[in-house]
Design a protein around this ligand. Structure first.
Ligand SMILES: [Fe+2]
Length: 470
């Protein structure tokens, strides 16, 4: 592995509780709340290593802000996967032949019920006033947002079919509900799009859409009136699960370049499929946001020309070339005309970008600014801010600093969308330390640099919660 990046894929075993790290600079005193991030914390047990970044053992990270002070905690989820690791067995799910995805494969072979992994290392959400860690296997793990202690398995109170499920859920502050989807395998595979009202753990199925493949879909977005899914021709060959040499989900993925990408636009009230335009083969991990613009619907997302990105994030590929061999994502604006059932696609930012976010208040509403990793720097991941209306951008980068997912937070009471801060964890690979960076959201000037007590492995996603007690 490229020596500099390798530090981000090394296991940690220590756990901190309310550690007060030194703060260089000033964290704004108005910033009150808690950023909780999820991601892998451990990749190896007893000399054996998982084969994909997505398979590391789930570890929560907590960054609490109060009156300009920061407190840091990290804690592994106490799951079956964690217990397996303690006893010397790794439980992968995505590309590692162990009990996670292997269980799904085994159950498909026996046509029994799947028993997927509980290594929920991808994202976090708040459902039924419970904080929940999520992955794409249909199990969820509840945790205490203050202590990060695992409090048990979270189960929805419904029977929505799901062999795969979205770890990315859209929390819509305008409708006080969360939107997500599941994928059902079988003879007639389907995507089930659902809403779950705040304070409930019962999912209401909005629409069941016949699936092609089904495709591997990682994320979705909403407007005030729609739910949008992008069905790429990266499909899950369920029959390949019958091959006894299948190692996990990654072995089920088929890139079909001759097939088209299909954009699914679903009416959020009636569940009707209001548009399903198709275009050339592309792949998308992450949506940015969507909104209604007159008679049209706008969807911003990060697009890849093919499904190669999934393989490029295996530990062996990262070992061979670090992030330099990971294909750059393109920030695209899709403008959909539902009457003509067509979509126009425009690139908004020339550089590579991933892990994009807008402020939560703009969810499903017209946004102007998108923040994300600038991924095409040599020896660093920058932070990019793109003005999606003006077509201009700002970037911050520092040699050897790899910025993770940036999270923009609007100052309470602010009118300007970019009146606030951007929080981003990062690894300084030269200094061999993890950082929490606080930027001015308007200028991307660095307001504070917080040095964490150990080097966290590269993580995935997080959310900022204003309501967690300090
Ligand atoms: Fe993701």
């Amino acid at each position: 592995m490229t020596a500099s990046v390798a530090i981000g894929f090394q296991s940690v075993t220590d756990e901190y509780n309310d550690h007060r790290p030194p703060v260089e600079g000033t964290v704004p005193s108005w910033l009150s709340g808690t950023l909780i991030r999820n991601g892998p914390g451990r990749f190896a047990v007893g000399g054996r290593r998982v084969s994909h970044w997505f398979d590391g053992l789930a570890m929560l990270r907590r960054y609490a802000f109060d009156e300009g002070e920061v407190r840091y905690s990290n804690r592994f989820l106490r799951t079956e996967a964690f217990a397996d690791a303690q006893s010397g067995t790794l439980t992968g799910q995505f590309a590692t032949d162990t009990r996670g995805w292997r269980r799904i494969l085994d159950s498909l072979r026996s046509l029994g019920l799947p028993e997927p992994t509980d290594n929920t290392n991808v994202h976090v959400a708040k459902l039924d006033d419970t904080f929940v860690a999520l992955t794409e296997a249909p199990r969820r793990v509840a945790f205490d947002p203050v202590t990060l202690e695992t409090t048990g398995e979270f189960r929805f109170d419904d029977d929505l079919p799901e062999q795969l499920t979205a770890a990315h859920l859209v929390a819509d502050p305008h409708r006080t509900e969360t939107v997500g989807f599941t994928t059902e395998f079988g003879i007639r595979p389907q995507y089930h799009v659902y809403r779950v009202p705040d304070g409930s753990r019962q999912r209401e199925c909005l629409a069941s859409i016949p699936a092609r493949g089904p495709a591997y879909i990682h994320d979705c977005s909403v407007t005030a009136d729609h739910v949008l899914l992008v069905e790429s021709p990266l499909t899950l060959s369920v029959w390949r699960a019958l091959n006894p040499f299948s190692q996990g989900a990654i072995d089920l993925l088929d890139w079909n370049p001759d097939q088209q990408t299909r954009l699914l636009v679903i009416d959020r009230d009636t569940g009707d499929l209001v548009a399903d335009p198709t275009f050339e083969a592309t792949f998308c991990f992450h949506h940015i946001n969507a909104f209604v613009d007159g008679d049209e619907i706008v969807l911003d997302l990060i697009e890849f020309p093919d499904g190669e990105i999934v393989d490029s994030l295996s530990l062996s590929a990262l070992e061979a070339g670090g992030f330099s061999t990971v294909p750059p994502g393109r920030l695209m604006r899709y403008r959909i005309d539902p009457t003509a059932n067509r979509v126009d696609r425009t690139q908004l930012f020339a550089g590579g970008m991933e892990l994009p976010r807008v402020v939560s208040e703009k969810t499903g509403r017209r946004h102007r600014y998108a923040y994300g990793q600038a991924t095409d720097r040599d020896g660093a991941n920058g932070l990019a801010k793109v003005d999606c209306e003006a077509g201009t951008s700002l970037e911050w980068f520092e040699q050897s600093v790899y910025v993770e997912e940036p999270i923009p937070i609007q100052r309470p009471g602010a009118s300007a969308e970019d009146d606030g801060v951007v929080l981003a964890t990062a690894i300084d690979v030269e200094q061999a330390r993890s950082l929490l960076l606080v930027f001015d959201a308007e200028t991307l000037s660095l307001l504070a640099r917080v040095v964490l007590p150990h080097t966290e492995p590269f993580g995935f996603h997080g959310r900022f919660f204003e309501s967690i007690p300090q």
